[in-house]
Design a binder for this molecule. Structure first.
Ligand code: UDP
Length: 311
């Protein structure tokens, strides 16, 4: 039976990965320091092949026994989190990734690094293919996340080239679904929370900036296929269905039947103006593309938010 470590396993994506790998018959070790993750995300998992270890991966990772796979997902990932936790974000991307790679080397594990569309910054090429090197402000407020992930990619490729580690890099585009925190701060959770509690929906700027939102089950399927593939170079995983943030706010008002209004508040610094994944590589090498429609995905996320907010 394969044995898999999921760092950040108590987070939004991590918890879905824990379930997915258990369903595939893996033994799963979920590691998290619970800064942004929560035990609530994994408390429903009743499986003797599952264990939780509370640990900060910026410290040496001491694990007994063999390890086949590492899914390295530990990091704050919402802009409000990494603005509040800039140093932790830089440390987990650098020291944490170094430790995860060191563990992969010691255990001869295959490791998949969770990177991000933020490596493209405020992109000058649209949609973004993996060959694009990006347009990142290293000293801006988002630089702590963007540069941490760019460093993570660099050290991952260095371990691959120097030590022959079987490494994978996924660049994850905007993803949503159940278990995003109600106070996560990203667009979909914010809009859902606001719509369900009768508050105004806060569109940053004029709402003409675009994003492309992928439902979590599609993302997780792509991650698994990448882990099992021969691809050592980065692969974008995301849904190319691009829309403006204003369109998303309208969509959420519709889905929730809410009477809330949309208000404009100032656009945060360095907020990317456009974003859409070019998924040619994922289609070609992983035979993957998203299958969940926005309506289906939003409905399932909405049900989760209703439960959380008890509305
Ligand atoms: N956004 C917004 N209102 C909110 C939260 C986010 O208009 O309450 C915008 C944000 O400025 C960005 C987009 O929605 O243009 C997506 O933001 P998110 O925080 O979800 O993630 P990002 O793609 O910026 O990492």
């Amino acid at each position: 039976m394969p044995r898999t470590l999921i760092t950040g396993g108590a987070g939004f994506l991590g918890s879905h990965l824990c379930e997915y790998f258990l369903n595939k018959g893996h033994e799963v070790i979920c590691m998290d320091n619970l800064i942004t993750g929560s035990k609530d995300n994994i408390s429903h998992i009743k499986n003797e092949k599952f264990q939780f270890v509370e640990h900060n991966v910026c410290e040496f990772i001491d694990l007994e026994g063999e390890l086949d796979y590492i899914m390295h997902f530990a990091s704050p990932a919402s802009p409000i989190d990494y603005l509040e936790l800039p140093i932790q974000t830089l440390k987990v991307g650098s020291l944490g990734t170094h430790n995860a790679l060191g563990l992969a080397k010691a255990k001869k594990s295959t490791i998949l690094l969770a990177s991000t569309s933020e490596v493209y910054g405020d992109p000058l090429i649209h949609p973004q293919p993996e060959e694009y090197w990006g347009n990142v402000n290293p000293i801006g407020p988002r630089g702590v996340y963007d540069e941490a992930k760019r460093f993570s990619e660099a050290i991952t490729m260095a371990y691959h080239r120097t030590h022959g580690i079987n490494t994978k890099i996924v660049r994850i585009f905007n993803t949503y679904g159940p278990r995003m925190r109600v106070n996560d701060g990203r667009a979909i959770p914010n809009f859902l929370k606001q719509a369900l509690t009768g508050k105004d929906l806060t569109v940053y700027g004029d709402g003409s900036q675009t994003r492309s939102f992928c439902f979590v089950s599609d993302l997780v399927e792509g991650l698994y296929r990448l882990l099992m593939s021969e691809q050592n170079y980065p692969v974008n995983i995301g849904n190319p269905n691009e829309m403006t943030v204003k369109e998303m706010a309208d969509k959420i008002l519709q889905a929730t039947n809410s009477k809330s209004k949309i208000v404009q508040v100032p656009l945060p610094e360095d907020d990317p103006k456009i974003r859409q994944p070019d998924i040619t590589r994922a289609k070609k090498y992983l035979n993957w593309e998203p299958v969940v429609s926005l309506d289906e995905g939003l409905q399932s996320t909405l049900e989760y938010f209703k439960k959380q907010l008890k509305t």
